[in-house]
Design a binder for this molecule. Structure first.
Ligand code: GUN
Length: 289
């Protein structure tokens, strides 16, 4: 069994990016600049955004954090997005999701200039990805593809099972894995809450990408020997032994599943650090455009 070390891979990529930024600056160019809009005080979102800002520092990027309270209006957010779209000193920006219920998330996403949409959530970027054209790809699936590439996981002709159909992970993951590319070229099955025979389908999988948000969902009896298991789950579960009172748990019962696998990602330290790394790669790409 090979443990896919996302933390180590992400650190290597951030070093590669930082070297490119140094080179840019030595040519007299300014460093890439990522802005993030954060609405409210959700613990998870606060952590994600703080980690993104920290990663910008590690890559030598400039970053700006723009905060709004929970009661911000949709119009005010749209105004801020317009300002960022027009600001030549900002290469890319993200609006951290989820947003409060009174805000139409899709309307917000559509307002972002696709050229600055480093999250790859705008329909133009989603469309470009689905027909194999260049553009920004959603950070989590892009990070997983990078891990498969760097660890040399054989994907051509393999059966990949994606658990979950979210716009951020499941759907783009399935699209990328089926693309005629390397990694890619898989036969893909997408399972979701209405799939009756998930266990049986998983047992047929050479590659499982678990992105359901159900801690420990993938158990040992669902995994074929020699399979590759990618765990996207990051649920906070109570843990009295931690100072914080919680720890992160993935969608895979790691302890029992890992011995059966050819490759597996841990939680934490697997997909999570790569997601942020992909955002950095997208921001560098936005700067170069
Ligand atoms: N919420 C959960 N994941 C993400 C992400 O990748 N980007 C943004 N903007 N919000 C998220």
């Amino acid at each position: 069994m090979t443990l896919i070390d996302g933390k180590k891979t992400a650190a290597e990529i951030k070093q590669e990016i930082a070297a490119q930024v140094k080179e840019m600056e030595s040519r007299g160019e300014r460093a890439p600049h990522l802005a993030a809009i954060l609405v409210g005080h959700d613990g998870g979102s606060e952590t994600y955004v703080a980690n993104k800002v920290k990663a910008c520092g590690e890559c030598g990027f400039r970053s700006s954090l723009i905060r709004f309270e929970d009661d911000v209006t949709e119009e005010r957010l749209l105004e801020e997005i317009k300002r960022l779209n027009e600001d030549d000193a900002v290469d890319g920006f993200i609006v951290q999701l989820p947003l409060p219920k009174h805000i139409d998330e899709q309307r917000i996403i559509r307002a972002i200039d696709p050229e600055k949409d480093v999250d790859g959530f705008h329909p133009v970027n989603v469309g470009n990805m689905s027909i194999g054209l260049p553009g920004f790809v959603s950070a989590t699936p892009a990070g997983i593809m990078e891990l498969l590439r760097r660890y040399g996981v054989e994907t051509k002709g393999k059966h990949a099972v994606v658990l979950g159909r979210s716009n951020i992970v499941g759907k783009p993951m399935a699209t990328l894995l089926m693309q005629k590319s390397n990694p890619g070229n898989c036969t893909v099955t997408v399972c979701h809450s209405a799939t009756p025979n998930i266990k049986e389908i998983c047992r047929e999988a050479d590659i499982i990408v678990a992105a359901l948000g159900v801690p420990g969902f993938v158990t040992e009896d669902m995994v074929k020997p020699g399979a590759t298991v990618i765990d996207v789950g990051t649920t906070r579960v109570p843990d009295a032994t931690r100072k914080s009172g919680w720890r992160l748990r993935g969608d895979v019962d790691f302890e029992n599943v890992a011995p059966k696998c050819a490759f597996i990602t841990p939680v934490p330290g697997g997909v999570g650090p790569m997601t942020i790394c992909s955002l950095m790669m997208n921001t560098l790409k936005a700067k170069k455009k």
